[in-house]
Design a protein around this ligand. Sequence first.
Ligand code: 9MG
Length: 308
Amino acid sequence: MQTNAQEAKRTSASSREAVERLNTLLRAADENGRPLVMGIVNVTDDSFSGDGLHGDPAAAIAQARAQVGAGADIIDLGAESTRPGAAPVPFQQEIQRLVPVIQALRREAPQALISVDTRNAATMHATAVSGAHLINDISALRGEGSLDAALRTGLPVVLMHMQGEPGSMQQAPQYDDVLREVRDFLGQRIAACRAAGMARDRILIDPGIGFGKTADHNLTLLQRLQALRALGYPLLVGVSRKSFIGTVAREPDAQRRLPGSISAALWAAQQGAKILRVHDVAETVQALDVWQAMTAGSLTVKKPNDSV
Ligand code: 9MG
C-alpha cells in the first residue's frame, strides 16, 4: 500500500515527464513544420458525430490503438458529450469510464500521450493518478475547484474558449467582436493559471470552434488564428465534423464531413495550429504528409515521433 507522500512523489515525477514529453513533441512539430495530431475517442453514449462508443471501454481501447497505429500523437479521451444540447455526466461515471481506458493505453500504446477531456476537478485528479498526460478542459478551468485540481496534477492543460454551457450554447451566440472577446478571454484564463503558479510550459490554448459560436464566428476565428497565436502559447484547434462545415458545405450528416474537415484542418495548420483534434486520424495524417511535402518542396516527410 502506497502512502500519500509516496503517491505525491510518483505523481510529480510522472507529471514532469508528461510536461517534458509534450514539449518535446511540440518542438519536433515546430522543427518539422507540421502540427501534432490528437485523435478523438469518445467513451460516451452520444453518436452525433458517429463517434460515441456507448461507454464501452474495450471499444475505446481498440479505437485508440487504431488511431495510434494511424499516426496520432495524442489520444483525447472523453466520457461526457460536449455536443450542443448535451447533458452533464456525473464525475463518478466519467471516472469509471475513463480509468480502464487510460490504464490499458499506458500498457498497450506507451508512445501516445493521453489527454482527458473533462471539466470535473475529481476526474482531473483521478485520471492524472491513473496515468493521463494532459487535461483538456472546454471550460478553461472555470469549474468549481478545477484550477486548483489541475494545478495539483502537475499536468499540462488546454484552456478552451466557450460562450455559455454545452446545453444551451448554440441557442443565440452573440459577440461585439468575436476575435477580441476570445483573445481577451484566453488572455485572462492564462493570467489566472499563471497567477495560481502554473508554469508557462504547461499551458495550451484553443479558440473553441463551435462552442457558443455561429458559422460566421467560427470562420472569423479560423481566418484570424494568427492573432490568437500572438498570445504566445501553443494553439490547439478542433474543426473535425463540426457544424460550420455542414453549414458551408450543406452537409447535415456529420459523418459525411471528412473532406471539409480535412480542408479546415490544413487551413488551421497553415495558420500555425500546433495540435489538430480530429476524428479521422489516418486521413488527416495523409493530408498533412502531402501538405508538409509541398510546403518543404521535397519528399522528406518527418513526423513528430521520428525525432523523439
Ligand atoms: C472536447 N472538445 C470538442 N471539441 C473540442 C475542441 O474544438 N477543442 C478542444 N480542446 N476540445 C474539444
